[in-house]
Every structure is written in C-alpha cells, then in structure tokens.
Design a protein around this ligand. Structure first.
Ligand code: DC
Length: 227
C-alpha cells in the first residue's frame, strides 16, 4: 500500500516493541526504516573499541571521543529484507545488541556532540521523506513536523522479556534493571530527553500483539489519509 511521502516517528521507552512495529509499517507501506538507536549503539561500540570508555570507572573520555568521531563511518545496509548496521565494511549488528554496549549507550546518548553527529545522519534520511524512524526524540526533536507521531509505552516486565529474547541466556531481572536505568537516564538527560511530542498518539502495547498494533495503525492511516 502506498502512503504519501511522509515521516512516521515512533518514540518511546526501550524495548516497547518500537523497532518490530516500525519494520512492519515500513514493509506494508513501502517506507524506508531507520533505527536511530542503532546509531547511538554504533557510537558506543566505537568508543569501547577505541578504549575511550574506562569500563572500571565507567568514565567516558569526552575530548578523545570528540576527536575520534569524525573518523567513524556508520551506514545501514539492506540484506534479505533486514536492515543491518555497518561500521565501515564490518557488520556490527549483533555486537551493538550486546549487554556490554547496552550498559554504556545511554550515557553516550547524553553527549551533545554525539547527538549532533547522529542527528546529521538522521536528517539526511529525512530529506527524502518516505520513512519510518524509531527512537526517543524523533517526534519531539529530530522531525517535529513528522506527519504521524506515535509514542509507545508498555509494562516493564513485558519489555524485559521482549529484550531478553534478543539476548539468548540473559537474565530477565538483569535486563529489566538495565532497561529501568536507561529509562531514567534517557528521560532526565539535559540534551533532547526522551519526551512525548505534544501531538504524538500514545500506544500502550502491553497487551497487544504486533498484529494488533498493525490493525491499530491501519485504522489510523485510514482515518488520516482515507486509504
Ligand atoms: O532503541 P535502543 O534501545 O536501541 O536505543 C539505545 C539507546 O540510544 C537508548 O538508551 C536511548 C538512546 N537513543 C536516544 O537517546 N535517542 C534516540 N533517538 C534513539 C536512541
């Protein structure tokens, strides 16, 4: 089904099913899918590999990261219908989903120059429109004029179970602790905090399957565009 060339912004807390939902929307409506969180995870992996995060003290070498960032090249590639993140020529999709990267990504995402760097990439996608992007600040900050804005929420335990499915062997309690810590940092950071845009529609998907969410989205599209 063809939508006009619009931007669909899907924001919300971690593991509220934003990316699975966004991917299905992209497939059904022929839109490009962009996972903005993957870029913050890519920067985090880069910082870890460059030795710019002291994992014992939990400290980030800010001047070092600012100096090194221009050499980082992140891009999305489509393989068999999946969008994968690359660092240069290397696929980093599974590494960016590790608990190690998850442990540092929120502090990395509080850094103003990192956000500006990621926003530069996101805005390039926005020029062509016709996309669905998920994140934390897409509707409120990155694309305030997005035609459709959705803010996903769901129960923390359900979120932890969903996230743990992506990490075989992970402990649900530990995953939930990490999620709640990230919520706290993401919502209270100074630069571009996680915030529902005033005109975003809240979707509590705690008791919804992805199919249910698609039914809900199709109704929304029908109401807005008559298709
Ligand atoms: O969606 P995710 O869990 O992959 O996001 C990883 C981290 O990146 C998360 O802690 C919040 C941050 N993030 C952000 O600050 N702004 C975005 N637009 C997307 C993600």
């Amino acid at each position: 089904m063809e939508l006009p060339r619009i931007i669909v912004a899907i924001d919300g807390y971690s593991s509220t099913g934003k990316s699975s939902f966004a991917k299905l929307i992209a497939k059904e409506y022929n839109l490009v899918y962009v996972d903005s969180g993957a870029l913050y995870r890519g920067v985090t992996l880069f910082a870890l590999e460059k030795g710019l995060i002291d994992e014992t003290a939990g400290e980030i070498d800010l001047p070092g990261l600012q100096k090194a960032l221009p050499e980082l090249v992140l891009s999305f590639r489509n393989e068999d219908g999946n969008t994968l993140l690359y660092m240069g020529e290397r696929c980093i999709e599974s590494e960016i989903r590790s608990l190690r990267v998850a442990g540092y990504v929120s502090p990395i995402a509080t850094i103003g120059f990192v956000r500006a760097w990621v926003d530069g990439i996101l805005h390039k996608f926005g020029e062509k429109k016709g996309l669905v992007m998920d994140g934390r600040d897409i509707g409120a900050q990155v694309f305030p004029d997005a035609e459709i804005k959705i803010f996903c929420v769901s129960n923390p335990r359900i979120r932890a179970i969903r996230r743990a499915r992506e990490m075989p062997g992970a402990d649900i309690e530990e995953v939930m602790k990490n999620l709640l810590e990230r919520d706290e940092i993401d919502s209270h950071r100074e630069v571009s905090p996680l915030r529902k845009a005033d005109d975003a529609i809240v979707l509590d998907n705690s008791d919804m399957t992805l199919d249910d969410q698609m039914v809900w989205f199709r109704d929304l599209v029908k109401e807005k565009y008559g298709i």
